[in-house]
Design a protein around this ligand. Structure first.
Ligand SMILES: Cc1cc2nc3c(=O)[nH]c(=O)nc-3n(C[C@H](O)[C@H](O)[C@H](O)COP(=O)(O)O)c2cc1C
Length: 320
């Protein structure tokens, strides 16, 4: 077992990885399926239009998951313009997600509440400066958003980002961006990460909330189809070229970036609804299939990668 991973996270983990939170994609079905297959399952709060719906999701997740399943994670916006923060914090105190992943704002506003029940707070960061800031603010762990990620992507390559963070932080680190294979999970673990953060690999899962056309597009797409642009949401994000074209946009000549605004309070932002995101690992997605099958394949690949590297690999391996 990896000593850097707190027990709240390593519990029943059979693959050192998170099924990452994805706007308009991750719901209770995907979270539950991931946790039952031995991976941490996560969803972002803005996927629920109302706080009542959010509570219903949390009830379902906590009811359907048992002591034999991996931990689940709640991803929340902590930006000061996000209006549902207080109500969501109350739900956290009640339903006690073992992992809270903060995004678009600092982690400090949730730490006390989460620590009170033994939970862990990891902060999504996309730069070394933000990583330092999150550690200084008391985050237990970091999720490094690297180049190649789906959604709001980072610019740093994972090798350099992990190395830079390991210079000043010895706590749990998750790494995302273009990882869609078990070999990729083994690789980032070897580089110093404790968990891989996989989003794109699960967009086309049966349990994902993505509409059928989006899943088909992900199955067809390769890394060359991923266009990075700030024009849809105001911050650099990875978009599928085909969906930009379908929305009447020219991927090679996109309009100027919009202003950042997270005050939609759960209303799907038009950009995400009509224009679809995927990261550079999209080429590894070749079928619409159950999350359990995707995770079983990732576990096989992870084991094979570690067996190939044998004694060279020292980090704790989940699959003894
Ligand atoms: C469609 C989509 C939506 C996403 N939405 C969110 C989100 O709401 N909150 C968040 O913190 N990260 C979000 N992400 C980022 C993922 O949590 C994760 O960091 C990323 O998918 C990892 O890179 P990968 O897609 O290359 O595996 C999203 C990613 C995708 C593909």
């Amino acid at each position: 077992m990896n000593p850097r991973l707190p027990a709240a996270l390593s519990r029943n983990l059979r693959l050192p990885a998170i099924c990452a939170p994805m706007f308009l994609v991750s719901g209770p079905d995907l979270v539950i399926a991931a946790c039952k297959s031995g991976m941490i399952g996560a969803f972002p709060a803005p996927n629920c239009r109302t706080i009542e719906e959010l509570e219903a999701w949390m009830v379902r997740i906590t009811t359907e998951l048992g002591p034999q399943d991996a931990a689940w994670a709640f991803n929340m916006v902590t930006h000061s313009s996000y209006p549902r923060f207080d109500a969501e914090l109350e739900l956290i105190a009640t339903y006690k997600p073992p992992l809270v992943i903060t995004a678009l704002g600092g982690p400090q506003r949730v730490i006390e509440t989460v620590h009170a029940y033994g939970g862990v707070v990891m902060a999504d960061v996309n730069s070394i400066a933000f990583a330092r800031k999150a550690v200084a603010a008391g985050a237990d762990g970091l999720t490094l958003v690297c180049a190649g990620a789906g959604g709001h992507t980072g610019a740093l390559g994972n090798t350099a980002f992990i190395a830079a963070v390991r210079d000043f932080f010895d706590g749990p680190v998750a790494v995302g961006g273009g990882i869609s294979t078990g070999r990729g999970i083994a690789a980032v673990e070897t580089m110093g990460a404790d968990l891989a953060n996989l989003g794109t690999a699960f967009i086309a899962a049966d349990e994902s909330l993505a509409q059928a056309d989006y899943k088909d597009m992900v199955v067809e797409a390769t890394a060359s189809d991923v266009v990075i642009s700030a024009s849809v949401t105001g911050v650099p994000a990875s978009w599928l070229r085909q969906s930009l074209e379908r929305a009447g946009l020219d991927p090679d000549n996109l309009p100027a970036a919009q202003a950042v605004n997270f005050s939609h309070g759960g209303e799907p932002q038009k950009g995400w609804k009509d224009i679809w995101s995927a990261g550079q690992g999209v080429g590894a997605v070749t079928a619409i299939e159950p999350a359990a099958r995707i995770i079983a394949r990732l576990q096989d690949e992870y084991q094979a990668a570690n067996a190939r590297h044998g004694a060279m690999n020292t980090p704790s391996k989940m699959l003894a």
